[in-house]
Design a binder for this molecule. Structure first.
Ligand code: 3H9
Length: 716
């Protein structure tokens, strides 16, 4: 028998254990081992009941995503789980699924085919398939509504959010919640109780008591279709999931699963599915760094000190406190500190008001943040994160001080988004323990963390930073110390192109409408207004953009800056803002800006014309892609897929398009290259195609193939 499935026994109860690290995915090896193991148990007269349990940190967390990805790129037919599920449900002896960790996707589908489910209180159960652009394809769309009812099943499948064990018990998804941690003993006892009751062991597929009537269900399906349209308009799997649940409520089980199979294949073949599976795997690939292995010692960060209690410092303090880490939050004056803490308190209070946390949890988190003016206690910190104003001089002064007051193995991090990490590290005696931790605002919410590796940063420090990112619930992407790192470096050509477009005749409103319709979370002008035109102005100076006078430079942003139109915070920028409209955050087109743009452009001799929506998309998004190719060439990122992770998690790039580099592959690099070459001829030198893009286009290759080879780019 294979090691991935073993059979033990506790008297007359057989214990079938799946052991397929890291998350017991139901891959081919498990399926092929489970079927004969169950067959043997069925034939063993000494066995009267079975407990199905998993080793390691979790119950089966789903089908094997690698297998699904292969299906998505071929015929859309995923692994066939049906024979195994039929074997389980028709098993002649009761089978109890014993659940800990997460029972997700195919894992929950397997558990629902068992006669009973028991779980520890900390377990979570769900069908997250929609987040991968697919629908459950192992009979889950047919069994879940039979267990929890149509309404709850629709909600679970459309959000993809797992539910906690108490909720699962209340809704009928599990039959028993285990007090304490001894799952196996409790599950075995539960199995014996069922034997003692001499009960008929229920098959989920025979249940119809929760399926409702057509009259009851009609409004539920209508509402669910509306939710799918509203919340996931670009992901076909959402509406297909509703169709599948409707099949459960209207067709016999066998017909229902046939329908599920068709709908599942349709979802797997869809373009958003390829993109979302790509991103899932890309996020995990991003944590693999050539000189950082499982053996690389990583420091466990227990105590963090933060310098600077502004928006970023406060947000980082909250991110740490939320993850159970104690924080010393320092600022230069008690007034600045009080202002920072007030904003932290307001933020938590808003979460309590929205029902996202209790007063007790808020108090606990606030108690983890200790505000202070001096550096008391910094000697005990494992990590200090500096989050002050973007000034090299100030940062160097702070780092020299930190070097003196912290213990020698303390990691010193800077939250700079633009400055050279090596120049900061140079003032310390430990450049190998200096790293950039570029959080995105609001730091307690945004998932991206750019981990900026300086020339001397050691593998241990990179490993520690990746560990911290995971602990904070963030996705760490390791990038090189090149100006703008990855995200901001790519954003500037994209931003400038949108500014050139308005000079040539588009409007900020048109550009933002086109970009958001295309899928960006926000338009570029709204982003600029939110981040602050003053901030963008400073970064332009810092990075020395347009220092070459022969370069075409955007003409309007500097004027808006000079007028004090910094964006949302001053009530006007590219747009106008009014406290009465969307709380001062909704952009309102401003005729004054349109007039300024027209006057400026005409004055500079720029021909004004109607700009098509297609041109806006191509110029904005291709500018991003071309710079992305340069980032790869320079070794700024280790892989094209890392860039996708950065953009999808930090810059509002639509996940269902897979990130800019994945999107480029799908459009076709030759086509992208040829358009860029045309722009180069028509619009000037800024559009020179990146050599890497030109080479891949010529060779008929893709960024994805480049990643698979893993050899063409420099290491991070
Ligand atoms: C499905 O089931 C379809 C069905 O309807 C059937 C269709 C026929 N497969 O996230 P982590 C790996 S769709 C393969 O860092 P955590 C992951 O790559 C699936 N591998 O851990 C990583 O590998 P490495 C529905 C998987 O503790 C390692 O596990 N299920 C899978 O932060 C650790 O991952 C889901 O969507 C997988 N399914 O979180 C659940 N899952 O160490 C997807 C993980 O080499 N998974 N790996 O980098 C998750 O949400 C999280 O991984 C989980 C653990 C919550 C389980």
């Amino acid at each position: 028998m294979s090691d991935v499935v073993t059979v033990g026994s506790d008297g007359d109860v057989a214990v079938v254990r799946i052991d397929n690290p890291p998350v017991n995915a139901l891959d081919r090896g498990v399926r092929e081992a489970l079927a004969p193991a169950l067959a043997r148990v069925a034939a063993d007269d000494a066995v009267r009941a079975v407990v199905l349990v998993c080793a390691g940190r979790t119950f089966v967390a789903g089908a094997d995503i690698g297998e699904l990805e292969r299906a998505a790129w071929s015929d859309g037919i995923g692994p066939d789980m049906h024979p195994l599920l039929a074997q389980v449900e028709d098993f002649p002896k009761p089978i109890v699924a014993a659940i800990h960790g997460t029972a997700l996707g195919g894992g929950l589908e397997l558990a629902m085919a068992c006669h009973y489910r028991v779980a520890v209180e900390s377990a979570r159960l769900g069908l997250p398939e929609v987040t991968l652009g697919i629908i459950p394809g192992a009979e889950g769309t047919q069994r879940l509504p039979r267990l929890v009812g149509v309404e709850k099943a629709l909600d679970m499948g459309l959000t993809g959010r797992p539910i906690a064990a108490p909720d699962a018990l209340a809704s009928g998804l599990i039959d028993h919640m285990v007090a304490g941690d001894d799952l196996l003993t409790a599950a075995t006892a539960f199995a014996r109780e069922q034997l003692a009751r001499g009960a008929h062991h229920p098959r989920t597929r025979d249940r119809a008591d929760k399926l409702g009537t057509p009259e009851q269900n009609a409004p539920l399906f209508a509402a669910a279709r509306e939710t799918a349209r509203r919340t996931k308009p670009h992901i076909p799997a959402a509406a297909l999931f509703v169709d599948a649940v409707e099949a459960a409520a209207t067709l016999p089980f066998e017909s229902g699963i046939r329908r599920e199979r068709e709908l599942s294949a349709e979802s797997v073949r869809s373009e958003p599915c390829k993109a979302l599976l790509h991103l899932f795997l890309a996020e995990r690939a991003a944590t693999k760094i050539p000189d950082v292995t499982r053996e690389t010692p990583a420091m466990t960060v227990n105590r963090v000190a933060i310098v600077g209690a502004g928006t970023m410092g406060g947000g980082i303090a909250m991110a740490c406190a939320n993850a159970g880490i104690s924080v010393l939050l320092r600022d230069a004056t008690s007034a600045a500190l009080e202002k920072g803490m007030e904003s932290v308190r307001r933020n938590y209070a808003a979460s309590v008001k929205r029902g996202r946390m209790t007063d007790a949890v808020m108090a606990e988190r606030l108690a983890r943040i200790q505000p202070q003016v001096g550096t008391d206690g910094f000697g005990d910190a494992d990590l200090v994160i500096e989050a002050v104003f973007e000034s090299m001089e100030l940062k160097r002064t702070i780092f020299a001080e930190l070097d003196r007051v912290t213990k020698p193995d303390c990691v010193l991090a800077t939250n700079t988004s633009t400055l050279d990490i090596d120049a900061i590290a140079a003032v310390t005696s430990r450049p190998e323990r200096v790293v950039g931790l570029h959080f995105f605002s609001p730091a307690n919410v945004m998932r991206l963390l750019e981990i900026v590796r300086g020339a001397a940063t050691s593998p241990e420090v990179v490993a520690s930073a990746l560990g911290l990112a995971k602990r904070l619930g963030k996705i760490g992407v390791v990038v090189r110390n090149l100006p703008g790192f990855v995200g901001n470096r790519m954003m500037f050509p994209y931003m400038y192109e949108t500014q050139f477009l308005v000079e040539e005749g588009a409007t900020p409103e048109q550009v933002d409408r086109v970009l958001t319709r295309w899928g960006m979370a926000m338009g570029m002008f709204a982003v600029d207004d939110m981040a602050g035109l003053d901030v963008a102005w400073r970064v332009r100076q810092e990075l020395g953009h347009f220092s070459d006078p022969s370069q075409r430079r955007p003409l309007v942003a500097d004027q808006l800056y000079a007028m004090g139109r910094y964006g949302q915070k001053t009530g006007s920028g590219w747009f106008r803002y009014s406290p009465d409209v969307g709380g001062g955050r909704t952009p309102i087109p401003d005729p004054e800006v349109l007039d300024l743009i027209a006057r400026t452009a005409t004055g500079a001799g720029i021909a004004r014309r109607d700009i098509s929506d297609d041109e806006i998309v191509e110029r904005a998004i291709y500018a991003l892609i071309n710079e992305g190719a340069r980032v790869l060439e320079d070794g700024g990122a280790l892989r094209a897929s890392d860039i996708d992770v950065v953009y999808a998690n930090g810059y509002g790039f639509p996940g269902w398009r897979g990130g800019p580099m994945f999107y480029a592959d799908r459009v076709g690099l030759r086509r992208i290259h040829d358009r860029i070459a045309t722009f180069h001829r028509e619009l000037g030198p800024r559009w020179e195609p990146a050599p890497l893009l030109a080479r891949l286009a010529r060779e008929g290759r893709t960024f994805r193939e480049l990643d698979a080879l893993g050899s063409d780019t420099a290491g991070v």
